[in-house]
Write a protein that binds this ligand. Sequence first.
Ligand SMILES: NC(=O)c1ccc[n+]([C@@H]2O[C@H](COP(=O)([O-])OP(=O)(O)OC[C@H]3O[C@@H](n4cnc5c(N)ncnc54)[C@H](O)[C@@H]3O)[C@@H](O)[C@H]2O)c1
Length: 262
Amino acid sequence: METQPLKDKIALVTGSASGIGRGLALRYALEGARVACCDINLAGAEETADSVRASGRGSMAVKVDVTRSSEVEEAFRLVHEKWKRIDILTNSAGIIKAQFLVEMPEETWDAIINVNLKGTFLTMREAAKYMIEQKSGKIVNISSKSGKKGGLWLGAYCASKFGIIGLSQSVAMDLAPYKINVNVICPGNVFSTPMWDILDKEYSRKLGVPPEQVRKMYVEKVPLGRECTVEDVANVAVFLASSYSDYMTGQAINVTGGQEVH
Ligand SMILES: NC(=O)c1ccc[n+]([C@@H]2O[C@H](COP(=O)([O-])OP(=O)(O)OC[C@H]3O[C@@H](n4cnc5c(N)ncnc54)[C@H](O)[C@@H]3O)[C@@H](O)[C@H]2O)c1
């Protein structure tokens, strides 16, 4: 492999104020990219951008709510104005809530579908405008193992994550003539993320076990016998964001330690 597969690329990462998105922004920088850190949480995005700069790469922080098309348009405009290209879009912005069907308020459904699915649509639509002009681009969307298999109390989340895969397969066809690759990563359980601070409590109620036992139960389902790390996801994301994946589009890659194989 080249020492820096993303050398001089311009990457825009949503959800990069924390968790997986932050990890991907930092890793992209390590692999040579300049990174626009986009998130609804501007303070967090700025922290990530500072860390990117500390690693010696250009960075900027942009406040964007991915559910609002005007904010998405403005974010891409700002990034393009600064760096004149957009080579990589990675969508990591996402929310989750575990709720039994009859207890799930319509607002929960709307919020999850809006951020996870509509947000992915809006950002891809905007990225495509620039990438079509360039006749090149890499889009990497973060779905989940919940994008391949339904789960207890996860109706809205799974619907959004299955949706990301269908949307990405279709958009991959739309954009193939322009040499734009669209692929998806389906991570397993990444316990180091803030998302799991919420899930410990919700899954404890769902599974009827104390919160401290929840993670152990999840790891027991993984053939490779450990949780997923941000680094595991980043290894695949760098590959999909680089020229090494030029002949792949419309794929949804499991990074689940063997837990999901389809
Ligand atoms: N943590 C896991 O175990 C896991 C597993 C599989 C998939 N995922 C997916 O990975 C992605 C990242 O999750 P994470 O674990 O890093 O969680 P996280 O909560 O740390 O990160 C999500 C980020 O999205 C941002 N965000 C939320 N709503 C937004 C909006 N409307 N506009 C812009 N930004 C918004 C948040 O501010 C946050 O920074 C999500 O799509 C999630 O579904 C997570």
